[in-house]
Design a protein around this ligand. Structure first.
Ligand SMILES: [Zn+2]
Length: 339
């Protein structure tokens, strides 16, 4: 085992023992800040994670997550290191990872994959409300007024309402709750490298796949760390297996990460560990695919499969039991639908 990985695993153990020492309470949330390698740190909410590389000339940060978290993180970075955030590197455009960057806009340049631009563009066109939104359109006028909104549409109403008219159109709902995502200043197509204070970060496009079409894996070569979000989890099965692209595009996107040169894989959710867990994650999906496909070929129903499939070698992963039946359900749907 190399020394960087040893340090990372040692600090992970330390975190388990001393986790309360690095907590900060803010608006009911617990945020954590911990060192992973010499110059790379992980900051996290209860559910979401980001990483930052500290150099003499400032910080290279990945996802800002949200306003409240970024406001806390900015102060934490200032107190610990006394340098500003110079770059924000987005994993992808989804609001729950990419929001809140405006906290750093005075000092930072924002970089993302070129497909982010279209995802964040003003909503346009005559788009029908998606099914999950249409059920809330009680008066049937084709949009969700503030008084009609329920659940996530109510919670994130202002993040959806691009034109501020107190009603969500089909185009606004389809665009997503991304009003608080700072648009990238710089975009790239295949790969780009950012340097600051003699250190670097590489962004590599992972292809158009099931999760989104603007996903980057972010590598810190000097620290031998890779940061990956949503479509790869470390020591945890996927929460969903869905999307409008075939399963093979997902596996190809994971292989892009496997071919990069780094030792420690940090997830935007869940844990971090050796890069080998990226391969194990792909093998989990492939193993589940093969089991479900064999069951379908043998004429088994979805319910049969949910009763019979238990992947023993993954039982210790975070949320395996919680996600097992829905993962089988999602895989069944992916294998039986048309693309
Ligand atoms: Zn996402």
């Amino acid at each position: 085992m190399n020394s960087r990985l040893s340090l990372a695993l040692a600090s992970f153990a330390t975190l388990l023992i001393f986790s309360s020492t690095s907590w900060a309470q803010e608006e009911g949330s617990s945020y954590t800040f911990e060192q992973i390698t010499d110059n790379l740190y992980r900051a996290a909410t209860v559910s979401h994670r980001t990483v930052l590389l500290v150099t003499e000339e400032g910080v290279i940060l990945t996802d800002p997550i949200n306003q409240d978290f970024s406001t806390w993180l900015k102060q934490e970075i200032d107190e610990r290191f006394g340098v500003p955030v110079r770059y924000v590197l987005y994993s992808h455009h989804h609001w729950d990872h990419a929001s809140g960057g405006s906290v750093f806009e005075d000092t930072a340049t924002f970089i993302g994959h070129e497909n982010m631009i279209g995802r964040l563009a003003a909503p346009s066109g005559d788009v029908a409300l998606p099914d999950n939104a249409a059920v809330q359109d009680v008066d049937g006028n084709g949009q969700i007024e503030r008084a009609e909104a329920d659940g996530a549409f109510a919670r994130n109403f202002d993040l959806y309402d691009f034109d501020g008219n107190d009603a969500l159109s089909g185009a606004e709902v389809t665009r997503g709750p991304v009003n608080d995502v700072q648009v990238p200043d710089i975009t790239y197509a295949d790969k780009t490298t950012v340097t600051l204070g003699g250190k670097s970060a590489e962004m590599v496009f992972t292809g158009v796949h099931t999760h989104t079409d603007d996903m980057s894996v972010i590598i810190f070569p000097e620290e031998s760390v890779g940061f990956m979000v949503d479509y790869i989890s470390i020591k945890r099965p996927p929460r969903f297996l869905r999307g409008d692209q075939p399963l093979e595009t997902w596996l190809d996107g994971i292989r892009v990460v496997e071919t990069q040169d780094f030792d420690i894989a940090v997830g935007g959710h869940g844990s971090y560990d050796s890069k080998n867990y990226v391969t194990l994650f792909r093998e989990y999906i492939e193993g589940l695919r093969d089991l479900v496909a064999a069951g379908i070929a043998a004429g088994q129903s979805l319910e049969d499969l949910q009763e019979s499939i238990y992947m023993e070698e993954y039982k210790d992963w975070i949320s395996y039991d919680e996600f097992r039946e829905s993962n089988i359900n999602d895989m069944y749907n992916m294998l039986t639908r048309e693309f």
